[in-house]
Design a protein. Structure first.
Lengths: 120, 120
DNA sequence: TTGACATATGCCTAGAACAGCATACGATGC
DNA sequence: GCATCGTATGCTGTTCTAGGCATATGTCAA
């Protein structure tokens, strides 16, 4: 079996740095393909292909404007990623670390007192 | 050119659903490999390989315990993902949509008044 | 109509992956 | 020492990729 297709879901689609870059560029508002080509320093066909992948997972949408096509971000497609990764936020956020300490205190536990075994 | 290695960064590492599943399982605390094998219904070598990828991007760390190896999540490795995707939160969060409305009002703009053209 | 512009698609190559299976390695218990 | 358990590594086959280039499609201007 091979790796899952990039169009399988948003996780796979945005694993490619160029596509994140494209989304970042589109973050400022809708833009034609050629704009992206200039900024990315990549061939026009390549950019079109990246846009296709992003379109297929719903991360961008298109609007026709004469002979140009204006792309824009569709943020909702990124929500699953946000939701998933937010579940781990407590592992690095000071706010949550402090919350954990408070909860410990309320429980009468002293989890952080006697441990000399901290990971690397 | 081929797709970037899965060990390139956390984005690529967690593009694989099994690896997200592993992280989710480890979210409850450290666990030996065999535990994960049972829950994933996947071969032990495969699980070990997924863990290797996660280790290489720093998403998990290991601790030896006799002949077992206990893995745990290292949440900080996921922070870049969270940071990146959070930049788009305003595109779906009601809170931010309302904030935008307020800001519009403060500017004297009436962007949402005369529009019959709302997106899909 | 003809030519220039804007974008999408097709073909090719090299590289990388995931699962499956066999096997190697290290720790434990007898 | 030897069998066993727990885990990691190696090899193979299939699949999918990203870039490069040529080209097709569609739109505008003269």
């Amino acid at each position: 079996m091979a790796r899952a297709a990039t169009t399988t879901d948003t996780f796979n689609a945005v694993a490619e740095p160029r596509r994140r870059q494209i989304l970042d560029l589109l973050g400022g508002g809708e833009r034609p393909v050629n704009d992206l080509v200039s900024e990315l320093g990549l061939g026009q066909p390549q950019v079109s292909k990246h846009l296709r992948v992003l379109r297929e997972v719903g991360a961008v949408s298109v609007r026709e404007d004469g002979r140009r096509r204006l792309y824009r971000v569709n943020g909702e497609a990124l929500k699953p990623i946000h939701d998933w990764v937010s579940g781990y936020e407590r592992l690095w956020s000071d706010r949550f670390v402090q919350l954990d300490a408070v909860l410990d205190e309320l429980q009468g536990n002293e989890r952080t007192e006697g441990d000399g075994d901290d990971g690397e």
